[in-house]
Design a binder for this molecule. Sequence first.
Ligand SMILES: [Zn+2]
Length: 217
Amino acid sequence: MFTGHFAVGFAAKKAAPKTALPALLAAALFLDILWPPLVLIGIEHVRIAPGFTAVSPLDLYDYPYSHSLVGALVWSAAFGLVYFIMRRYSRGAWVLGLTVFSHWVLDFISHSPDMPLAPGIEGKYGLGLWNSVAGTAAVEMSLFLVGVALYFSATTALDRKGKFGLWAMAGLLFVLQLVSYSGSPPPSVSAMAWVGILMTVIFVIWAWWVDKHRESR
Ligand SMILES: [Zn+2]
């Protein structure tokens, strides 16, 4: 999933109005923020295998630290705890922790059985929504529209930047998602990892800027 994770981050603003959007999106994307650096330094592994699923050309055969069930629980707790220590907003900390964990749930629904329970444990799981482009698009686009609508209803624009910045961001994410459904494989694993890192940085900064020009209702 791509915009499916953004959807949860946007929606979470409704549950934790005092938590900044960049933190909520970083939480929703957190397992995929950890993953590219782990791949680049050779701790986790992925193969580019065109047609591996209808949606994704990636054979995610080894990513137990970023994407196992136990890993996700640990990262969720750590994210919420660090936020609580920094901000003392317990509602925000709980929402962020749950948002980090939502990533594992959405990936479990999407991926072919490649998600481990814990590092070193045999057995991989996944419901394989990615075997259907139409099914994935229906689920993910619905999630995305609901998530953006919830963020929109939880906040109000302070100026034109807050208004158009949000629509531009949502529009670009929507287009990138449509393009990614074409399933064209990335040129290399390292190129894919760097693009992933770059896109996360751009969208988290964009979210910070949008959120600064909006306030909670
Ligand atoms: Zn993921």
